[in-house]
Unconditional design. Structure first.
Length: 196
């Protein structure tokens, strides 16, 4: 099964172009079709890694994106998360990439490949078309968010890194200034099963 999480970068871009804060744009989420299971509290997707150490390869082409992936991985590793994102040069289970695509509305996307309840591989992209206009702190916010998906987390509203919106009303970065996992994110991610 392949599952895609897309982040609603257009919220912020639209707000910027219109000179209006908080323009409502329908987010591009795909999780409605998925039955959240995991630990049963609805904040994760029910897919998980079998080991708490997860090797990843950072192959982003643009240096600001590569730096954001590193910063996001460090943010998770420096939290109380039970998972460890291990940087490797090849053969990772998570591929951290980027693209430069003006025809899509997302600033980040995560693609799951699963077998049963297990992740087999996860690929995350930053979209340089948007991140080239972000500060390093804002790009880190998107990276930390995507890595939350890569660890099995779903979207939640509020002051939490798994907030889907980078900008706009009630958004992860522009409203709450969050670019690292919060204690709520850590609690959620530690509720994702492992050992399966
Ligand atoms: Zn998301």
């Amino acid at each position: 099964m392949v599952i895609r999480w897309k982040e609603a970068a257009l919220v912020g871009v639209t707000a910027l172009l219109l000179g209006t804060v908080g323009v409502a744009v329908v987010p591009f989420h795909s999780h409605q079709a998925l039955a959240a299971s995991g630990d049963g509290d609805g904040d994760d997707e029910g897919y998980y890694w079998s080991s708490t150490t997860i090797p990843y390869v950072n192959q982003a082409a643009y240096v600001n994106d590569a730096n954001a992936w590193s910063a996001g991985a460090s943010a998770w590793n420096n939290s109380a998360s039970k998972w460890y994102l291990q940087s490797v040069s090849q053969g990772g289970n998570i591929d951290l990439l980027d693209t430069n695509n003006s025809s899509v509305t997302w600033d980040g996307i995560t693609i799951y490949n699963t077998s049963g309840s297990n992740f087999t591989s996860v690929t995350c992209y930053l979209n340089h078309y948007y991140t080239s206009g972000y500060t390093s702190a804002e790009t880190k916010s998107v990276a930390s968010h995507e890595l939350g998906h890569a660890l099995g987390l779903a979207h939640e509203k509020g002051a939490i890194v798994m907030n889907a919106y980078t900008c706009g009303s009630g958004s992860r970065w522009c409203t709450y200034g969050i670019n690292s996992p919060t204690s709520d994110d850590v609690s959620d991610v530690n509720g994702v099963p492992n050992g399966g």
